[in-house]
Design a protein around this ligand. Structure first.
Ligand SMILES: *[C@@H]1O[C@H](CO)[C@@H](O)[C@H](O)[C@H]1NC(C)=O
Ligand SMILES: *[C@@H]1O[C@H](CO)[C@@H](O)[C@H](O)[C@H]1NC(C)=O
Ligand SMILES: *[C@@H]1O[C@H](CO)[C@@H](O)[C@H](O)[C@H]1NC(C)=O
Ligand SMILES: *[C@@H]1O[C@H](CO)[C@@H](O)[C@H](O)[C@H]1NC(C)=O
Ligand SMILES: *[C@@H]1O[C@H](CO)[C@@H](O)[C@H](O)[C@H]1NC(C)=O
Length: 723
């Protein structure tokens, strides 16, 4: 800022200093003054290199200490030089000193009679100006003076005078005491004669003294004919040869409008055009006049704007309008750019979404879904990625409910207030796409109270997203094995959960259009809703029989501790494999023990075998949960334990079907309470309001949130499972 101001001040100072002295018309570095002759313009100059051609050399002679400028080639004293001048359209002018010519007859006082200056050798560079000079003659009575040009064109000026009364009249009165007349144009060289009126040459010895001269017209008015002078001023016109003029303009980068040139014969003279000034013959040529700066009082409405050769008065309103239009234009342009950017971005996004849809198995899914007649997932349940971004607060870390083998689950809320769980699959490869499509297809076919409901899905995002109903109370695994749980889980509740899971599996195996095997039944895949009703979840590994005709898979899937040993050996998954896994869950419910526990003796680590051994060795009641023992009827416990034992049979053939399991469990429950089957929801309410104050007393941060495959289990699995 300070620097800029300093610069401005400096600039102003420079401009002021440059403005004050009149610009020299001489070549830079050359003297432009000699005595009374000041401001000598180029092409004239003093000293070598300061004039354009020898014709224009000024010799500054010192005569008794007085400097006298002499035009060297013509040997004449110079008193003034003018550049070609626009107002008069005149060529350059130079005023020089000329002698007066006297007849030799009787002019004793002034014998001097120099020859007239011969301009002929300059070939037109110099002429006597016909407009600025007169031819003057006087002297004897009845005499004539004849001026004959000897250059082309040859013309004659005749001057007749009669000075009868007096030789030296103080006034030259045309035709009486003297005469003056104009001279021909282009006069450069001439002869002078005096004659008598009748045409005879004045004889030698004539007593009369005659005189004649060329003189500047303006000077003549002040001429006192009583004083005989030797010299009079005469004005010459000058120009520059075409050749020299071309040399001058050759290396100039100048505005073509800055000068006007006139050419006569081979001589050219140029002057600065209106709005320009300076010396055309200098290297920089004519310079533009900044009228606005030099003439602050210009009658200009609005703002004065300098232009080459002229200036414009621009209305302030117009300036404001131009400014406004420019501003509006810029804004419009900016908006356009922004819009274009947005448009391109949106297009790219849409393209990406399409690509994702394809990669995420959208096409496969469409095909598979369309092949199913009655799927319960309506068309409207395809969510957009924007919708889910909004619902999950852009998949905020704080919304994570759990991380599983197949992805991360986020809690979210749709615009209509529905609370949802969004399962974001892990980075998809081709194999996982199939698994993912499986889950969607299977869930779309299922509509069961105890199976987690798939609300919809989104295939536009980088990874496929599944949208489920939100199940608030976490997994059965968390519920059973929570070390901080304050209230015991009632026998009736355990029985009901077992019944519900069995019912769901039975439905999957038989009631659905195509038999579906869950393939990964475990307590952590059973979710509990707000009333602690079971909801079977995570169908990632499931397959319907029609799809997997052979029942043979190359890879054994499942979770260690729940895995059917027969399937493990044969790689053949059957409906009885799900029954085995369910058996383990049932034992978990009975004993409250984890399926695999490092706390138990080595041979008892596996809960299934631990349970069977205990049963066979007749100390079943030692391993049962305290709550089961306290509130369960002994015969019921035995029936359920036996049911679990049958489920856990090494040989699948001897295991009951899930239908049989469901019937058995329902029977046990209805024996205790005939209303139970119809009222299984009210039952929970009774429990809540009964002896146990409230389940909600579990500290909220401890509350299991949702479907979670425990990472530790996953790790166990990856360590123990053959792949
Ligand atoms: C210069 O000009 C002054 C005044 O006009 C005059 O008196 C003087 O004689 C001039 N000198 C020459 C050398 O012409
Ligand atoms: C004047 O110039 C012409 C042409 O350049 C030259 O011939 C002549 O000798 C010059 N005269 C004087 C007195 O310098
Ligand atoms: C010149 O004229 C004067 C008269 O004004 C005369 O006295 C004189 O003798 C003349 N001289 C000659 C040489 O004729
Ligand atoms: C002066 O008189 C002559 C005739 O003697 C004439 O040709 C000339 O034009 C006159 N000059 C003026 C300026 O009147
Ligand atoms: C002088 O006269 C000649 C012949 O008339 C002409 O060609 C030339 O251009 C004139 N010079 C000037 C400077 O006017």
């Amino acid at each position: 800022m300070i620097l800029a101001m300093a610069f401005l001040i400096l600039l102003l100072a420079f401009a002021a200093s440059a403005e004050s002295p009149p610009q020299s018309l001489a070549l830079p570095g050359c003297l432009d003054t000699c005595g009374n002759l000041t401001n000598i313009p180029y092409p004239y100059g003093i000293g070598p290199g300061c004039f354009l051609a020898p014709w224009y050399e000024i010799d500054c002679q010192q005569t008794r200490g007085i400097p006298i400028p002499v035009l060297k080639n013509l040997s004449v004293v110079v008193s003034d030089i003018w550049l070609p001048d626009r107002p008069n359209y005149s060529p350059g002018l130079i005023k020089v000193r000329q002698p007066i010519w006297y007849s030799r007859d009787n002019c004793t006082t002034t014998q001097q009679n120099d020859a007239p200056v011969d301009l002929g050798a300059s070939n037109g560079i110099f002429n006597y100006s016909s407009s600025q000079n007169y031819f003057v003659a006087g002297g004897g009575s009845h005499s004539l003076a004849l001026l004959t040009s000897t250059n082309y064109p040859v013309t004659t000026s005749v001057c007749q005078y009669s000075c009868r009364n007096s030789y030296y009249s103080p006034w030259c009165v045309n035709g009486t005491t003297c005469c003056f007349t104009s001279i021909p144009y282009g006069l450069a060289r001439f002869n002078l004669e005096f004659k008598t009126v009748n045409g005879k040459a004045t004889a030698t010895g004539n007593a009369e003294c005659n005189y004649a001269f060329l003189v500047e017209r303006a000077w003549l008015k002040t001429f006192d004919f009583n004083i005989l002078t030797t010299y009079v001023p005469v004005v010459l016109e000058w120009g520059v040869t075409d050749y020299d003029n071309e040399l001058l303009s050759k290396n100039r980068r100048n505005d073509v409008n800055s000068a006007v040139c006139a050419s006569v014969g081979e001589i050219t003279y140029c002057y600065c055009n209106n709005g320009y000034r300076g010396n055309y013959y200098l290297p920089q040529g004519c310079q533009d006049i900044n009228e606005c700066e030099e003439n602050p009082n210009l009658n200009c409405r609005g703002k004065c704007v300098n232009r080459p050769g002229s200036y414009d008065c621009v209305d302030n309103k117009i300036i404001t309008m131009i400014g406004m239009f420019t501003a509006v234009g810029a804004v419009v342009l900016l908006l356009l750019c922004w819009w274009l950017y947005k448009f391109m971005k949106r297009r790219r996004k849409a393209k990406l979404k399409k690509k994702f849809f394809k990669r995420n198995g959208g096409l496969l899914l469409q095909q598979r879904l369309s092949s199913i007649e009655d799927n319960h997932m309506e068309k409207g349940k395809l969510f957009t990625s924007t919708e889910l971004d909004m619902a999950t607060d852009n998949f905020n870390e704080n919304r994570i409910l759990g991380r599983g083998g197949q992805g991360t689950v986020y809690k979210g809320m749709l615009i209509d207030g529905t609370i949802i769980a969004v399962k974001k699959s892990k980075v998809v490869d081709a194999g996982q796409v199939e698994q993912f499509v499986n889950e969607v297809v299977i869930l779309s076919e299922i509509n069961h109270r105890n199976v987690v409901k798939l609300l919809g899905l989104c295939l536009e995002s980088e990874v496929p997203l599944l949208v489920y109903e939100f199940i608030p109370n976490g997994t059965l695994y968390q519920y059973l094995h929570d070390p901080d749980r304050e209230f015991p889980i009632l026998w009736e509740t355990r029985l009901r959960i077992a019944n519900e899971v069995a019912g769901a599996l039975s439905y999957l195996h038989s009631a659905a259009a195509i038999p579906i095997y869950h393939r990964d039944i475990k307590s952590s895949n059973i979710l509990l809703d707000e009333r602690y009703r079971a909801k079977v979840a995570d169908f990632g590994a499931s397959r319907s029989v029609s799809i997997d005709q052979t029942h043979l898979t190359t890879m054994v899937q499942g979770t260690f501790g729940y895995l059917d040993p027969e399937y493990y050996q044969t790689s053949q998954f059957t409906n009885k494999s799900d029954a085995y896994s369910f058996g383990v869950v049932l034992v978990e419910l009975l004993t409250g023990e984890k399926p695999i526990s490092q706390l138990r003796a080595e041979e008892d680590r596996n809960l299934a075998s631990y349970f069977i051994t205990s049963l066979e060795e007749n100390h079943l009641f030692n391993i049962l949960d305290k709550e089961v023992l306290d509130h369960g009827k002994k015969e019921d416990i035995i029936v359920v334990s036996n049911l679990a034992k049958r489920c856990l049979n090494q040989n699948g053939r001897y295991r009951p079907t899930m239908k049989e399991v469901t019937t058995e469990l329902e029977r046990v429950r209805s024996l205790r309470n005939p209303m139970v089957v119809q009222q299984n929801y009210e039952e929970i309410n009774c429990v809540r309001t009964g002896s146990i104050p409230t389940l909600g007393a579990i500290p909220t941060f401890m509350q299991p949130e949702a479907e979670v495959e425990l990472t530790s289990m996953e790790e166990d699995q990856s360590l123990l499972m053959p792949r």
